[in-house]
Ligand binder design. Structure first.
Ligand code: HAM
Length: 469
């Protein structure tokens, strides 16, 4: 006997997205597209695979992401490729390669999966999704502030509270080298208490020590000198202006002089949105200015700023049950061959109009079809039975109230002309009142208009019921 095939599991740290969570994700995406669109960001889609060198140069060869977390492989042509761990490098590569800089400034957003080989835990995955925005060619502090306001607005639109925006400036080529030197002197004094990783990176990348999660390093970081004492006049003025714009927009933030980022390309403004409810992986978004990156990637000198939202973490802050439709608008219980064919035609019309309509695929009898309607959480049931077909009537049941009523069957033609949402509402939700409304629609158009207005129903005017097919 052949052995039973073994089951194949998903890759560790990568997950399936099922309803109702997938409804929430669609909602988050729509909110992001709407929000970014109102600030003039247009969509860019770059490949998920890029040359390894792009990330090593963009993110910094000594960062954890580049040293330990990239999914890198050699393809059949012998090229070293990497699944993108973030979007910024790819967007900048496209900006340079497509010669977009010749057209001046660009605001781009991109939505999609990123890959980092980290240890999976709550809010940390190996494949995760970012909403990412980049403003290329903008040097002014207003844009830094505008992006933070946009992030706050997106969180607000999604009903996410309990998030704090932390803000810092990492200085620039003028002032950061002095700060780094001062930090190295301080860290060398405490070298013995630093973790192995930090002892190694202390000289090449001392700012990373400030972000280490090891207890000893955290204590040392608390007393470390901060960059604010070293800002040059230009960086200080830039940072002050960012804050003035944030205050003008009424967005709350906390200046956090120890905020550093995990990627090396940042200059001046950096920020993170930290959520109280997420535990250790509490950064729901992060970003900042990167005025040198495009030049370092071989493009012209182009100031830029951006951020990314971690969508998996964002989803943990929103109750998925609030989103998406839990069940169909209508379920057709249809018994008997003639009735089922007629029901099928009606279902097609209603779906064309945008309603979610279900009908049992087999003629399993009234009770079993009703059970299925219940299981799916249908809002209303439409009965289509052979004897009712002969009498030209149709029965509706509101599944919430249990109210059931037989009404004259509308013709397929009039169903096509009606707004289907209204059609089902008319017969089901407000059955009694709407019944008389329908009669008026046929007999007395002016009374109908009045009642339709009373119901505050903008579609009312389009109703004209005809009961013959
Ligand atoms: P990042 O801070 O590395 O920045 O990532 C941004 C956000 O992505 C984080 O705040 C977090 O919410 C989410 N994230 C990162 N890693 C994971 C993971 N393993 N699992 C789940 N979520 C994760 C960047 O990626 C920059 N490219 C942002 C940027 C754009 N800066 C300028 N422009």
């Amino acid at each position: 006997m052949a052995a039973k095939p073994t089951k194949i599991a998903a890759v560790r740290g990568m997950k399936d997205l099922l309803p109702p969570e997938s409804d929430l994700w669609r909602f988050m995406e729509e909110a992001a597209r709407l929000t970014f669109g109102t600030y003039g960001y247009r969509e860019i889609r770059t490949p998920v695979l890029e040359r390894t060198e792009l990330f090593a140069r963009a993110m910094g060869a000594t960062t954890d992401v580049v040293q330990k977390e990239m999914y890198t492989f050699t393809d059949r042509a012998g090229d070293s490729l990497t699944l993108r761990p973030e979007a910024t490098a790819g967007v900048c590569r496209a900006f340079i390669e497509q010669g977009l800089y010749s057209q001046g400034q660009f605001k781009f957003f991109t939505l999609g999966p990123m890959f980092r080989h980290e240890r999976p835990q709550k809010g940390r995955f190996r494949q995760f999704t970012q909403f990412n925005v980049e403003a290329l060619g903008f040097a002014e502090p207003m844009i830094d502030a505008e992006q933070i306001v946009m992030l706050a607005q997106l969180l607000d639109r999604l009903g996410v509270a309990n998030v704090e925006i932390h803000l810092n400036s990492l200085g620039d080529d003028q002032c950061r080298p002095q700060y780094k030197a001062a930090l190295i002197v301080y860290l060398e004094q405490h070298g013995a208490r630093l973790c192995d990783d930090c002892r190694r990176r202390m000289r090449e990348n001392p700012l990373r020590v400030l972000d280490c999660k090891a207890e000893g390093c955290k204590q040392i970081a608390e007393q470390a000198p901060t960059i604010s004492a070293h800002w040059c006049d230009d960086c200080r003025a830039h940072f002050e202006e960012v804050q003035e714009f944030l205050e003008a927009a009424g967005v709350k933030y906390t200046v956090d002089p120890r905020l550093v980022r995990g990627l090396d390309y940042y200059t001046r403004t950096t920020f993170e949105a930290l959520a109280g409810d997420l535990g250790a992986q509490n950064a729901v978004a992060g970003g900042g200015r990167y005025d040198n990156l495009i030049k370092e990637l071989g493009g012209p000198d182009t100031p830029a700023t951006g951020f990314a939202v971690g969508v998996d973490r964002l989803s943990l802050l929103i109750d998925a049950k609030r989103f998406g439709q839990s069940g169909p608008d209508l379920f057709f219980v249809a018994v008997g061959p003639q009735a089922r064919r007629r029901a099928f035609a009606e279902v097609v019309v209603l779906r064309e109009g945008g309603l979610w309509v279900e009908m049992s695929s087999a003629d399993t009898g009234l009770n079993s079809q009703l059970k299925r309607a219940n299981k799916l959480g249908a809002a209303r049931v439409v009965f289509r039975m052979e004897d009712e077909l002969d009498r030209g009537v149709i029965t509706f049941k509101d599944m919430d109230t249990g109210h059931q009523e037989e009404v004259l069957a509308p013709s397929l033609g009039s169903m096509k002309n009606l707004d289907p949402v209204l059609w089902s509402n008319a017969y089901c939700a407000e059955m009694v009142l709407m019944r008389s409304l329908f009669d008026d629609a046929v007999n007395d158009p002016s009374a109908f208009e009045q009642k339709a207005k009373r119901l505050d129903n903008p579609m009312g005017k389009r109703m004209k019921i005809d009961h013959q097919d």
